[in-house]
Every structure is written in structure tokens, then in C-alpha cells.
Design a protein around this ligand. Structure first.
Ligand code: BES
Ligand code: ZN
Ligand code: ZN
Length: 499
């Protein structure tokens, strides 16, 4: 889709979107259009249940005296409560609504708005950002889409004050959106197409943007002693990989230690010998979602040339049962030297992450490390599908993540770490076991990861098992892979770490 920004007269052709606040207050453009079409907008509002609430739309077709195909009223809710994400959601909803109605062009008039101290141009850019995010569909493997079910919208213009400023802001947001869409595509790919080797190959796409990409194969991992990660991939016919991506956007501060992001990239999780039930197992193609988010984040940061040094490191493996698979009861020596008794081969994500966490700390001495993983089913029990769980040894970084999450509407909630949970993973036979008891499953998983964090390196674990995939459409994402975490971490970096 083509995005542009204009000021001056609103177009009198194609579809026009104007905004209304919850008390029925029309935006200046909405008021002007109401006059132009003989009061039809107010009459339409009187004759419907449209109240201008946030998310409401009212479609007025073929308005009198005007050549516009339609005027779409968009509710923005209470003026005093307006947020930037409301504008993103507006863009997403308008895209969806008109794309299903055969419209090819739309102009959205943004005026008389302010939210979170941002000016109109910035808000206009966020409208387009929301529409771009909503426009992603996973249709790679559909060979027979009927023209009438293709999204019709081809061009979106946002009418605002200072369109040049809106364009400049949008150019950065567009890079962030491209990161999100990259993540969604990776997470949506089926597991016969996306496996460790092909997934590692996808990182090469980032080289053109200036990202340095290094891929470790099984031989190198074996030399390094990454036996916990290798154990997970033993049952698979596919080789495991580690992918390291480096973005040095602040070369003058090369001595400045990098931020490190680590992702769980289990391209398919059958559970291994501790096999999962058949029903719903197909969902486990998304078990590389943490790594997918790290890829998307690197793409977003490199795309907008972020002034920061960042490492993205992903452990990629396929968890399969076979004659070569690891067994419940196996004891493995991790890269750190710590030994792990594997009591359940389905608790594999923490094994993959353990070695990558140790390796990244040793090799890059990061100033902080954030891992992302679809780690536990228990996080769905605790927090459901809308808020991700975070676990951390740093109050400061946790609160920065909460703030960033609220700003971009990718919310996180901190859960505790404590010695009383840590002891639940003590093993009789090794340094630790890879499962705790029946309860507090997300916390014992996090405690396991924390055993691989050395010297108090500031660290956060984000369990995205509940949020990486959505069974429902949302204003800025179709059902399916959400790309959760890319916008969260992009904002976290932008607001706190950029030179
Ligand atoms: N990939 C799963 C976590 C998961 C489960 C994500 C369900 C989304 C939905 C992970 O590898 C896993 O299987 N975890 C086990 C851990 C258990 C064996 C301690 C789980 O959560 O059941
Ligand atoms: Zn598992
Ligand atoms: Zn898993």
C-alpha cells in the first residue's frame, strides 16, 4: 500500500474518514463535511447507535452534494483519554473496513487532535503505521485467492498539519513495521519450510542493512560445548544452529557494551520423547517466536539506523522424538559447565536458551540481556493472551519495559523470582533438573534461566507463549502471528539507550 500525507483541501473523491469524540463532538473537518452535505453526518449519527466511542465506525455511503464515495465516521472516545495507540488502532480499523468494501483509495482527516503531548503530524504518522501493521496477511501458500477477497485498498492519505513532518516520522515507523511483519512471516511459516537451517538463512536478509550475521553449526557448537542446546536437536534429522546478529549503530561508542537480545528458536516442538498430545500440536510451529521477535527487532533497529550497539542471538533446534533423541533421565553438561538432568524433554526451550545466554555473556559482556521465549504453557494460565510475563533481576529495567509496553500497547507484567522457587529445580543427580513441580511452572522455568546469568548481569526473561499468536483479529493485527515484542523492545531501546 502507498502512504502519503497532505494538507490543504480534503479530497472530494474516494473515501473520506473523519473523526468524532465520544460526546459527539465533530472534528473540524467532520463539521465542515456535515455542512457540505446538508447536515447528513449529524442526521446519520442521530439515527444510529454511533456515539463516537473508541473503535466505533459509522459508514455513510454516497453523501449528498459530494463526490466522495463515502464518509466514514471514526469514534475516538474521550478527548482527554486519547492515546497514540488509539490513532494506530484507527488506522488499522479503517484499513480493514474499507479493504473489505472494494475501496481503493482513502483519505483520513486528522485534525483537532492531541494525545500524550504529540503533535498532529506525529499522530498522523501513527495512523498510517497502524494501517500498515493491519495490512499484513499470511497468504504465501494460497494459490487461488478470488479477486473479491483480496484487500482492495491501495492508497492511504492522511490529511494533517505539517505533512512533511508526518512523512519523516512515518519513515521511521515504517521500518519498525517492517520488523514486525518480518517476525509475523517467520512465525507463520510452516515447520517443513522453516527449520533451523532455513531459519538461519533468513538472517542473511539483514546483511544488506548492515547487520553482521554469524551462524554456528553443530560441529562448532560441539567444540564449544553447547551440549544442552545440541541435546534438544538430537532427535531431529535437521541440524541445530546458533545465529548471532550484530548491529553497531553507535560505532563511536564501540567500547560501550552492547545490549543483547536472545531468542528461543525451536522451529517445531513435538515435546520429543516426552511427546505432546496430537490435538493442537500444529500450534508448536510458533515455538521459534522468541527468535522470530529477535530477528524482527534487529530488522527494525537496523532499518531505522538506531544509534545503539545491539547483539541478537538465537538458538535454533527442532525438538523431535527418534532413536537419536535425548531421553528423560539424561544428564547433559551445558556450555557453562553446569550439569542438567533432563527429566522432561518437552521442557526444551530452557536448554536451548541456557547455552546461548552463557555464550553471549562470555563473548560480548553485554550491559544487559533480554531473552524472549514461548517458554511455558503455564504463562497462559497466569496471564492469558494479552499480557506477557517478565522475570528479572533488575527493578530498573523491569519498570522501563513496563513503561515501553504501555506506550506501544504490548503490555508486560512482572512475576517474582525467589530462592524458594529456585530450590524446586535442585536435582539429586546433577546441578539442576529441567522441570520444577506441578505449580509455578513459568517461575521455575525463569529460575532455571537465571542459573545461567553470571555476575549479576542485568537480565530480563519475557515469556511470550500467550501473546505471540492470537486466535482473534485485533485492530492492528489479523489473527495469527502478532509480532509481539518487536515494538515493545524497539521502544525500550529508543527511549532508554540511544545515543
Ligand atoms: N513450547 C512449550 C511451551 C508452550 C506450551 C507454549 C503451550 C504455548 C503453549 C514448551 O517447550 C513446553 O512444552 N513447556 C512445558 C514445560 C513443562 C514440561 C515443564 C509446558 O509448558 O507444558
Ligand atoms: Zn516443549
Ligand atoms: Zn517449546
Amino acid at each position: 500500500m502507498k502512504f502519503s500525507f497532505i494538507s490543504g483541501n480534503v479530497p472530494t473523491t474516494a473515501a473520506l474518514v473523519v473523526t468524532v469524540y465520544e460526546d459527539g463532538e465533530l472534528s473540524p473537518t467532520a463539521g465542515a463535511m456535515d455542512k457540505a452535505c446538508g447536515g447528513k453526518i449529524l442526521r446519520a449519527m442521530e439515527n444510529s447507535r454511533f456515539k463516537g466511542k473508541s473503535g466505533e465506525l459509522l459508514d455513510i455511503l454516497a453523501p449528498a452534494n459530494l463526490d466522495n464515495s463515502r464518509i466514514l465516521l471514526a469514534g475516538l472516545g474521550k478527548k482527554s483519554a486519547l492515546k497514540v495507540v488509539d490513532l494506530e488502532n484507527l488506522g488499522g480499523r479503517v484499513y480493514k473496513e474499507l479493504s473489505g468494501k472494494g475501496e481503493t483509495e482513502v483519505c483520513i482527516a486528522i485534525d483537532g487532535l492531541s494525545a500524550e503531548g504529540k503533535d498532529e503530524a506525529v499522530l498522523a504518522a501513527h495512523v498510517s503505521h497502524g494501517a500498515l501493521l493491519r495490512s499484513y496477511r499470511f497468504d504465501t501458500y494460497k494459490t487461488n485467492i478470488k479477486p473479491e477477497s483480496m484487500p482492495s485498498l491501495k492508497a492511504m492519505t492522511v490529511h494533517c498539519a505539517s505533512p512533511e513532518n508526518a512523512q519523516t516520522t512515518f519513515e521511521k515507523l515504517e521500518k519498525v513495521a517492517q520488523g514486525v511483519l518480518f517476525t509475523r512471516q517467520l512465525v507463520s511459516e510452516p515447520p517443513n519450510r522453516l527449520y533451523p537451517e532455513s531459519f538461519a538463512e533468513q538472517a542473511k536478509e539483514l546483511e544488506a542493512m548492515g547487520v553482521k550475521v554469524t551462524v554456528l553449526g553443530e560441529a562448532e557448537m560441539a567444540d564449544l560445548g553447547m551440549n544442552a542446546l545440541l541435546a534438544v536437536g538430537m532427535g531431529s534429522a535437521r541440524d541445530s544452529k546458533v545465529v548471532i546478529m550484530e548491529w553497531n549503530g553507535a560505532p563511536e561508542s564501540r567500547e560501550q557494551k552492547p545490549l543483547a537480545f536472545v531468542g528461543k528458536g525451536v522451529t517445531f516442538d513435538t515435546g520429543g520423547i516426552s511427546l505432546k498430545p496430537a490435538a493442537g500440536m500444529e500450534d508448536m510451529k510458533f515455538d521459534m517466536g522468541g527468535a522470530g521477535t529477535v530477528y524482527g527487532l534487529m530488522k527494525a533497529l537496523a532499518g531505522r539506523k538506531a544509534k545503539v550497539n545491539v547483539i541478537g542471538a538465537c538458538g535454533l533446534a527442532e525438538n523431535m522424538p527418534s532413536g537419536n533423541a535425548q531421553r528423560p533421565g539424561d544428564i547433559v553438561r551445558s556450555y557453562s559447565g553446569k550439569t542438567i538432568e533432563v527429566l522432561n524433554t518437552d521442557a526444551e526451550g530452557r536448554l536451548v536458551l541456557a547455552d546461548v545466554l552463557s555464550y553471549v555473556q562470555e563473548k560480548y559482556k553485554p550491559r544487559l540481556i533480554i531473552d524472549l521465549a514461548t517458554l511455558t504453557g503455564a504463562i497462559l494460565v497466569a496471564l492469558g493472551n494479552d499480557i506477557a510475563g517478565i522475570f528479572s533481576n533488575s527493578d530498573d529495567i523491569s519498570s522501563k519495559l513496563v513503561t515501553a509496553g504501555e506506550a506501544v500497547d504490548e503490555r508486560v507484567w512482572r512475576l517474582p523470582l525467589a530462592d524458594c522457587y529456585d530450590k524446586l529445580i535442585d536435582s539429586e543427580a546433577a546441578d539442576m533438573k529441567n522441570i520444577g513441580g506441578r505449580f509455578a511452572g513459568s517461575i521455575t522455568a525463569a529460575q532455571f534461566l537465571q542459573r545461567f546469568i553470571e555476575n549479576g548481569t542485568p537480565w530480563v526473561h519475557i515469556d511470550i507463549a500467550g501473546v505471540a499468536w492470537s486466535a482473534k483479529d485485533k485492530p492492528i493485527s489479523e489473527k495469527g502471528a502478532t509480532g509481539f515484542g518487536v515494538r515493545l523492545l524497539e521502544r525500550f531501546v529508543a527511549d532508554n539507550y540511544e545515543a
